[in-house]
Write a protein that binds this ligand. Sequence first.
Ligand code: APR
Length: 237
Amino acid sequence: MRLRIAVLTGAGISAESGIPTFRGAGGLWERYKLEELASPEAFRRDPKLVWEWYDYRRLKIKEAEPNRGHRLLASMEEEFPNFTLITQNVDGLHQRAGSKRVIELHGNIWKLRCTRCTYEDFNYEAPLKVLPPACPSCGGLLRPGVVWFGESLPIDALEEAYRAAKASDVFLVVGTSGMVYPAAQLPIEAKERGAYLIEVNPEETPLSPYMDTCIREKASVGVEKALELIRSHLQRA
Ligand code: APR
């Protein structure tokens, strides 16, 4: 039986790479005000401050390595023909771990986009020489290619993620607090269509009550346990 697997990851899968999560102990929103750094208003008010924060995050991510959790998900893409990886993360670590198809719901921190013309491209320079960076084609202000609070998600990515969730037999949720919509709606959609839900998270989340199995482990351990569960699911089918 061809098992259709969908996975949603959040900041928790990058925690063991040394990238701080947003919420919970030591989270970024504990130290920074998200409305001052991750919103269109903040960027309009002080683009240099916002860029200093993104430049700092890009440098931390560049110095980080994908961890076992990222690599296991990349290997699952090889093992299961019908496998879809959806992430809320903007760090690009799934791709660096070898995942070929990654649906990025909240954009990518390595993509820069012009606020004036249609210029958009990847730029892996960290730290950036000039903050805020200027558009190479029109000289306008470049912004990070990420989705800020109050902005809509890339519609193609969201539609593809919903399709995968609704068609999935197994939906695996790794390292997300399940607080931010519409991403958090995906496992619920899958559940309503009969998918088997697995959560990998050391802590309980608002999504935990929907889960068929909760694996209270860090991603590097929990994803392997989820993989074993899925393989045994296959044997029984
Ligand atoms: N392995 C697995 N999960 C972990 C680990 C780990 N090693 N460490 C922490 N976690 C869990 C935490 O328990 C928490 O539930 O990861 C989750 C991280 O939650 P958040 O920091 O809220 O990150 P996320 O759910 O991805 O946030 C969603 O909110 O700030 C916005 O756009 C941002 O994409 C982000 C979105």
